[in-house]
Design a protein around this ligand. Structure first.
Ligand code: KIV
Ligand code: ZN
Length: 512
């Protein structure tokens, strides 16, 4: 049997379904280029029919990203399939991924269809997709809670209709590893034409078992795993790509399976996705968490100093974590800056590079040492965020605060291209600035979370502020960084307000 486990990355589709994780088109293209560098086999670039933003992201990734198969999700509906093809047609290797539920509970309450109708629809839509592309994936949603005999019947029919990959989702993260493995084995033994398709799996992490279930599936014959960077995704997320890949690599002797992923790009990709989505990686997260390779106990440190393999099953360098953290300083040139940006996963145009380099020089004058995190913050603040579609832009601000005066602020904000000035007061300097920005923008949003972190060590470190806003059920995360934490706070708030506007616009334009 084939030993290659294909890695299907759905960070830009299922990953983007994480609350607050919306990415604009430019950001999605950046992530997709980095996924190509990482060497994933398939990129699910979005759900073309769902909104103009998703359509544009799939279209641009199809044109601009070389290497992986580019895929669009589509419900089992003619308009979805047609739109997926429209968006994908510039891709050298396009794939349409269509789905419909097969569990009785979904069919009865959500789709209001009989089993027979769902099967017919699945077959018709796979045939329609095959009219456009040779590479068609079909997912029976909620497969793990479906009647296996009906599932086998649907899989056989869609493979006969031309599906080249059949993806088995554990949509609600309910399965247990031995049970999910048995389901894959059952499919191999009971679907007569299964040798004409690749079995894929798509596991959610509601019980913390997404990776374990995916592993059990590949042991039982699945040869594609759908996953996301940092395990982000709907609710508790999807199987984490970095964990899946490092299991395959680290335990290759036992598993005998291969992956084409270039593991040294794992860490840069994780950082890129985290800084773009604003979703932090928990410190103890396997492979990419801050503590994943940190040894605290004296006994462990002693062992490591004598022989690394005593307590280290993987080298940090093998996933792209470099042991030297110092990067650049004020004497560093443009070439070194560009090289480091590339290593961090950012491909900038000449004009963007010039802009980022100017900001880097200003920062390097204020700070002795410029770290990777500082460089990422520059790209986030200066490049990816500069979008014509952004309504608000911070022009300048000043605050007065101290032990015996009421904090006051003066803020200048560009709103739809026009500069507006306001003054305000608050309980503290950040509160004063936020109230003034709220006055200018008229926002009705609620601040759910405000946190500030020093990006690196030292009192000259940049502060990185993260805010979470909510308005009418829309959630937006914003980030901002600066050596002045009041400025960082204002940038984060403005960034979150822009994202909220983007979300509201997407919602208005969203067709489903
Ligand atoms: O979780 C799920 O079932 C999905 C499908 C669309 C594959 O995301
Ligand atoms: Zn999913």
């Amino acid at each position: 049997m084939d030993t290659l486990v294909r890695i299907f990355d759905t960070t830009l589709r299922d990953g983007e379904q994480s609350p607050g994780a919306s990415m604009n088109v430019e950001e999605k293209v950046q992530v997709a280029k980095q996924l190509a560098k990482l060497g994933v086999d398939i990129i699910e670039a979005g759900f073309a029919y769902s909104s103009p933003g998703d359509f544009e992201a799939v279209r641009r990734i199809s044109h601009e990203v070389e290497g992986p198969v580019v895929c669009s999700l589509a419900r089992a509906k003619p308009e979805d399939i047609d739109s997926a093809w429209e968006a994908l047609k510039g891709a050298p290797k396009p794939r349409i991924h269509t789905f419909i539920s097969t569990s009785d509970i979904h069919l009865k309450y959500q789709f209001r269809m009989t089993r027979k109708e769902a099967l017919r629809r699945a077959v018709d839509m796979v045939e329609r997709a095959r009219g456009y592309v040779d590479d068609v994936e079909f997912s029976p949603m909620d497969a793990s809670r479906s009647d296996p005999s009906y599932l086998y019947e649907v899989l056989e029919a869609v493979i006969s209709a031309g599906a080249t990959t059949v993806n088995i989702p554990d949509t609600v993260g309910y399965a247990l590893p031995h049970e999910f493995g048995a389901l894959i084995k059952g499919i191999r033994e009971n679907v007569p034409n299964i040798d004409r398709a690749i079995i894929s799996v798509h596991c959610h992490n509601d019980l913390g078992l997404a990776v374990a279930n995916s592993l059990s599936a590949v042991i039982n014959g699945a040869r594609q795993v759908e996953c996301t960077i940092n395990g982000i995704g709907e609710r508790a997320g999807n199987a984490s790509l970095e964990e899946m890949v490092m299991i395959l690599k680290t335990r290759k002797n036992l598993l005998g399976l291969d992956t084409s992923v270039n593991a040294e790009q794992i860490y840069p990709t994780s950082r890129l996705v985290s800084s773009i989505t604003g979703i932090m990686v928990q410190p103890n997260k396997a492979i990419v968490g801050d503590n994943a390779f940190a040894h605290e106990s004296g006994i462990h440190q002693d062992g490591l100093l004598k022989e690394k393999t005593t307590y280290e099953i993987m080298k940090p360098e093998s996933v792209g974590i470099s042991r030297s953290i110092l990067v650049l300083g004020k004497h560093s040139g443009r070439h070194a800056f560009r090289t480091r940006l590339k290593e961090l996963g950012y491909e900038l145009s000449e004009e963007e590079l010039n802009r980022a380099f100017r900001t880097f020089k200003i920062l390097a004058d204020r700070k002795k040492e410029v770290f990777d995190e500082d460089i990422e913050a520059i790209v986030q603040d200066e490049i990816l965020r500069v979008e014509e579609s952004e309504r608000y832009r911070l022009v300048r601000l000043s605050v007065r605060s101290g032990t015996d005066i009421q904090p006051t602020s003066e803020v200048e904000l560009e709103v739809d291209g026009r500069v507006v000035k306001e003054k305000g007061t608050g309980d503290g300097p950040v509160d004063a600035v936020y109230k003034t920005i709220a006055k200018i923008t008229g926002t009705k949003s609620r601040l759910l979370k405000y946190s500030v972190n020093a990006i690196t060590g030292g009192t000259d470190a940049q502060g990185e502020v993260t805010v979470r806003l909510e308005e009418d059920g829309h959630i937006a995360l914003g980030q901002g960084s600066d050596t002045d934490i009041i400025v960082a706070s204002a940038k984060a708030y403005v960034n979150a307000l822009n994202k909220l506007e983007y979300r509201k616009k997407e919602k208005r334009e969203r067709l489903i």
